[in-house]
Design a protein around this ligand. Structure first.
Ligand code: SF4
Length: 677
């Protein structure tokens, strides 16, 4: 059987897959992200493409309805809300699972035609702190790293990243490079001892949110030992004096590390030119996530370790298209194509390009704010696409109640029963992976095609088409008269080219004459361009910024710090990965990792149930007693939903504490109490 070249729908590594309608799955040997490798989740994709549990008909009030009726009702309800209460009375909450073309038209509809920026995404929970940190330091949200840099580096520093489980093929690539070059060293900075720790030369078990103290300590060490690149700083960086002054004020032992551990790390870093620092959710999902990002970037900028092969900071994204979504502006504080909402010239150019009746003038509501506005009765119509916030947001019960408070709720999804879908007035059947066409961007800025190899089941439609159908009924047919994702991609590329005179990083001209059907995986702006290689950044003076950041007060209490995250073999709320029996066999029930001394203290023995409580509620999980988790800390996977395990889902325990600069929730450090159930 002939196999279709497509891209894995799970993590931000963005592996190429060869897929067949009979469930055949192989790694694509030609894809530059994975060169034929797949992890456990990717290789089990063939077990997930059945139609069990699928939403196959539009529904209104729980009853099957035709597309025309559902779309007419949507257009009427959204138009009425906008007319009676203004454009900010409606909102979209979208997903890093959407393809770039879906994201592009959703963003265009909300920002250019409805005239609000109330479109936010579950990517807010994934990498918003990295976006904010990049913009502050570089002037743009540029991810300068590539996967090849990881293989060229002499020192890889993994911060807040269980790469072995969450980005497994990148982990495999590093392991292979380390085997080929035994002098390569890897440092893991993580409060937990994870599967990733087995690979590394040095594991630094910092306290939760101890990252700023650690990296400020590194910056002070570099300054105190004459290890700064003074010529680079003079030519290419501003703000170094206050950043270094602030760094010297922090006590690196606040990171929780011994002087010996600090010295080993600092000497290793200072003595190695080719350093890549990879960071992920342990950095981003924090009340000081943006500060952590800038503390890392400060060290790379201060030493000129950026813009060169085997060098630089590297944010790796959790979702398959978190990068594509932010590129087309699918977040509440961005305009399309890395342009700025606050910039009147950018707004005018985009409005002119779209020939749109309006354009949003200020940032919209970020995820947590958006659901708070729902609870406060300010949102009159809400459209949730391809995500399940009623279980995945912090304070999930509160979010479910907030959604219930919205007079008109639409959910488009591939599954018939989700916690959020159960709250919808209108349910719309979307096509899923293997049925839809479009593009995604992986963590190294590589745009790859997702291609259909299955026909759309019953009445399911691609998200981009549903969005365009609604826009048509709201009176904007001409602007959304796309016949295919290829046409949307072409417009997205044209918008990039029409705005290049603003001096932005997002140059898609390499795709200007692209053969969309046969598009090969391609990095923007072009395959051999190295961002910041010339030392030019995107602030008006061309210089990068070092930011003074200070370590947070960590405070000791008698509560536990609950860290939530992923298991090796599951994805998000398991709607797809949960279908594969092989994946379900690994860690099959909700559990909580607890240190043996803490377990003994509260009378827990192996196999007992443990009850976790926060101001939001309680959760009961199986105790997994292990020294992998430090004392007074707990780890629990975030996969189980209210529907799957009403007792064992944990996202409700998280409070809505966010990083003030990025709006990203602090999902790695929830305060809970624990007792034997
Ligand atoms: Fe899919 Fe990520 Fe695994 Fe690659 S590493 S196969 S993209 S889940």
């Amino acid at each position: 059987m002939s196999l279709t070249k497509t891209t894995c729908p799970y993590c931000g590594v963005g592996c190429g897959v060869l897929a067949g309608a009979d469930g055949t799955i192989q790694g694509d040997p030609d894809h530059p992200a994975n060169f034929g490798r797949l992890c456990s989740k990717g290789s089990a994709l063939g077990q997930t493409i059945d139609l069990e549990g699928r939403l196959l008909q539009p529904q209104i009030g729980g009853r099957n309805a035709g597309w025309d009726k559902a779309l007419d009702l949507m257009a009427e309800k959204f138009s009425t809300a906008i007319r009676d209460h203004g454009p900010d009375s409606v909102a979209f909450y979208v997903s890093g699972q959407l393809l770039t073309e879906d994201y592009y038209v959703a963003n265009k509809l909300m920002k250019g035609f409805i005239g609000s920026a109330n479109i936010d995404t579950n990517s807010r929970l994934c990498m918003a702190s990295s976006v904010a940190g990049h913009k502050r330091a570089f002037g743009t949200d540029t991810v300068p790293g590539t996967y090849a840099d990881l293989e060229e580096a002499d020192l890889i520093v993994l911060v807040g990243s269980n790469l072995a489980w969450c980005h497994p093929v990148l982990h495999q690539r590093i392991a292979a490079a380390k085997e080929a070059r035994p002098n390569m060293r890897v440092v893991n900075i993580d409060p937990r001892n994870t599967a990733t720790s087995a690979l590394v030369d040095l594991h630094l078990r910092i306290v939760p949110d101890g990252d700023i103290a650690l990296f400020n300590g590194l910056l002070a060490y570099l300054a105190n030992t004459g290890a700064l690149d003074l010529a680079y700083l003079s030519d290419h960086v501003a703000g170094q004096v206050p950043a270094i002054t602030q760094a010297r004020l922090d006590d690196p032992s606040e990171s929780g590390l011994s002087q010996d551990e600090l010295s080993r790390f600092y000497e290793m870093w200072a003595g190695t030119q080719k350093v890549v620092t990879v960071y992920s959710q342990g950095v981003n999902q924090s009340r000081c996530g943006t500060g952590k990002v800038n503390a890392i970037l400060n060290c790379h900028l201060a030493t000129g370790r950026i813009g060169k092969p085997g060098c630089g900071p590297f944010s790796v994204t959790g979702q398959p298209n978190a990068m594509g979504g932010r590129e087309v502006g699918g977040m509440a504080n961005m305009l399309a194509n890395h342009l700025d909402i606050e910039n009147p010239d950018h707004r005018a150019r985009v409005q002119d390009f779209w020939q749109s009746p309006t354009i949003c003038r200020r940032a919209g509501l970020k995820a947590v704010e958006l659901f708070e506005a729902c609870a406060a009765g300010k949102i009159k119509a809400l459209w949730v696409m391809s995500t399940n916030p009623a279980v995945s947001m912090p304070d999930a019960d509160g979010v479910a109640n907030a959604i219930s408070n919205v007079p008109f709720v639409v959910v488009s999804d591939i599954m018939a029963r989700t916690d959020t879908g159960d709250l919808a007035d209108v349910l719309l059947p979307a096509t899923g992976w293997g049925e839809k066409d479009g593009t995604v961007t992986n963590s190294e800025r590589r745009i790859s095609r997702q291609r259909a190899f299955l026909s759309a089941p019953e009445q399911a439609r691609p998200d981009w088409q549903i969005i365009c159908d609604v826009a048509d009924r709201m009176g904007w047919k001409n602007a959304f008269d796309f016949a295919s994702p290829a046409e949307i991609f072409a417009e997205y590329v044209a918008l990039s080219m029409a705005t290049m005179d603003f001096g932005r990083d997002l140059d898609l001209s390499i795709f200007a004459d692209a053969d969309y059907a046969n598009l090969i995986p391609t990095q923007w702006p072009c395959n051999d361009k190295r961002f910041f290689g010339s030392g030019r950044f995107y602030h008006p003076d061309g210089k990068a910024r070092m930011l003074p950041v200070s370590a947070p007060e960590l405070g000791a209490g008698d509560t536990f710090i609950l860290n939530t995250g992923r298991n090796r073999d599951q994805w998000h709320t398991m709607t797809r990965s949960g279908k594969a029996p092989r994946l379900g066999a690994h860690l099959a029930e909700p559990y909580g990792e607890i240190h043996p001394e803490d377990a003994a203290h509260i009378g827990i023995t192996a196999g007992d149930l443990i009850e976790l409580s926060s101001p939001n509620g309680t959760s009961t999980v199986r105790a997994l007693i292990t020294e992998r988790t430090a004392k007074r800390q707990l780890f629990a996977p975030m996969h189980w939903t209210r529907q799957q395990s009403s007792a064992g889902w944990v996202n409700n325990l998280a409070t809505s504490v966010v990083d003030p600069a990025s709006g990203q929730p602090a999902s790695k450090s929830n305060q809970v109490t624990a007792r034997k159930f």
